[in-house]
Write a protein that binds this ligand. Structure first.
Ligand SMILES: NC(=O)c1ccc[n+]([C@@H]2O[C@H](COP(=O)([O-])OP(=O)(O)OC[C@H]3O[C@@H](n4cnc5c(N)ncnc54)[C@H](O)[C@@H]3O)[C@@H](O)[C@H]2O)c1
Ligand SMILES: [Zn+2]
Ligand SMILES: [Zn+2]
Length: 345
């Protein structure tokens, strides 16, 4: 089968690879119908993710159809259409029992990282019963690709951890797919203001169409002053970091109001400053999280009921044979205006 293979920092190719096989009783083999590329795949290609070794098939998102199941799998059978979670969970270990699937003792974020992933014709999914979700009949399968990672990530790490509440003020730093997913799902709670901050004017305009009340282009500087002006000199109740660099984590510290929350989503590769000398008395909380995907069933219902429309995040379509071009388009978003790219067989 064809698969996008990581060959070390900066190196990837579309290779011929053997078909995956059932290795454990809880496995399923899924034929991919739609997959996509994540900012985290670009982190891997930069060499930022040490656990991902050369030879690995990338990808941790997508929908597909089950072609085979191990003897331990009773809730899925061949021909079932399924949503693949980016997080693999056994459902039984101590972390899974606490709802912290991201730290599952035999799972977590392993797909397209420690085991072969979804940017291929077929993928093996361990712990299939608790790592796949049935796709309701008549669902828009392309929309559901956004539920593998970005919607639960924006919602769990940004909105839930950030305690977004009715009438509250929110700043989201980073208007990439994750920041926009936080923007869409923050609106479940009717905050009074959602201020979107980015360097990319076209992404900021997308954010306004997605329901942001204000945009700030941080290239012009004076971000904290502008946020203070918009919030009566207080700052925001929730500052969501959705970039993953030291400058934007520091920016969140300059934006948060007393009693507020800084909810970090970004994957950070280097240390960042924490201004405790200023913040110690401000009653703020700082949260971090690797997405658990515990909210996937709930989010699926909101997509089914059209409460949110994640297809608005999809900008480009490719076939698996064009996956290298898909990466080029996704990696040069400032020029291509790409948000999420859909890759089909
Ligand atoms: N915590 C988790 O479980 C989890 C899961 C998935 C992704 N992530 C991480 O979330 C982050 C966002 O993901 P994404 O796919 O949206 O990434 P992305 O690269 O597409 O978007 C980041 C955005 O930040 C903007 N930006 C860059 N520098 C900036 C600056 N100085 N000021 C303001 N804006 C700036 C960029 O213009 C871009 O629009 C990444 O670090 C990703 O790895 C975390
Ligand atoms: Zn991802
Ligand atoms: Zn577990």
């Amino acid at each position: 089968m064809q698969a996008l293979v990581y060959h070390g920092p900066g190196l990837k190719s579309l290779d011929e690879r053997p078909m995956p096989e059932i290795q454990a009783p809880g496995d399923a083999i899924v034929q991919m119908l739609k997959t996509t590329i994540c900012g985290t795949d670009l982190h891997i290609l930069k060499g930022d993710v040490a656990t991902c070794r050369p030879g690995r098939i990338l990808g941790h998102e997508g929908v597909g159809v089950v072609t085979a199941v191990g003897p331990g799998v009773t809730t899925f059978r061949p021909n079932d259409h399924v949503l693949i979670s980016c997080i693999t969970s056994c459902g039984k270990c101590d972390y899974c029992r606490r709802g912290m699937y991201s730290h599952c003792r035999t799972g977590g974020w392993i797909l397209g990282n420690e085991i072969d992933g979804t940017q291929a014709e077929y993928v093996r999914i361990p712990h299939a019963e608790t790592s796949l979700y049935p796709i309701p009949a008549g669902a828009d399968e392309e929309a559901l690709v956004m539920l593998s990672d970005i919607l639960p990530t924006g919602f769990e790490c940004g909105v839930l951890n950030g305690k977004v509440a009715p009438g509250s003020t929110v700043a989201i730093v980073g208007a990439g797919p994750i920041g926009l997913a936080a923007l869409l799902t923050a609106q479940f709670y009717s905050p009074a203001e959602i201020i979107m901050i980015d360097l990319d004017e076209s992404r900021l305009d997308v954010a306004l169409r997605f329901g942001a009340t204000h945009k700030i282009n941080s290239a012009a500087g004076l971000v904290a002053e502008k946020v203070m002006a918009l919030t009566g000199g207080q700052g925001v109740d929730t500052a969501i970091e959705a970039v993953g660099i030291p400058a934007t984590f520091v920016m969140c510290q300059d934006l948060v109001a007393p009693g507020g929350v800084i909810a970090n989503i970004g994957v950070h590769g280097v240390k960042a400053d924490l201004h405790l000398e200023r913040l110690w008395s401000q009653n703020i909380a700082i949260t971090t999280r690797l997405v658990d995907t515990v909210t996937t069933p709930m989010l699926l219902k909101t997509v089914q009921s059209k409460r949110i429309d994640p297809t608005r995040l999809i900008t480009h379509h490719f076939q698996l044979s064009e996956v290298i071009a898909a990466y080029e388009t996704f990696a040069h978003a400032a020029d291509t205006h790409a948000l999420k790219v859909i890759i089909s067989p």
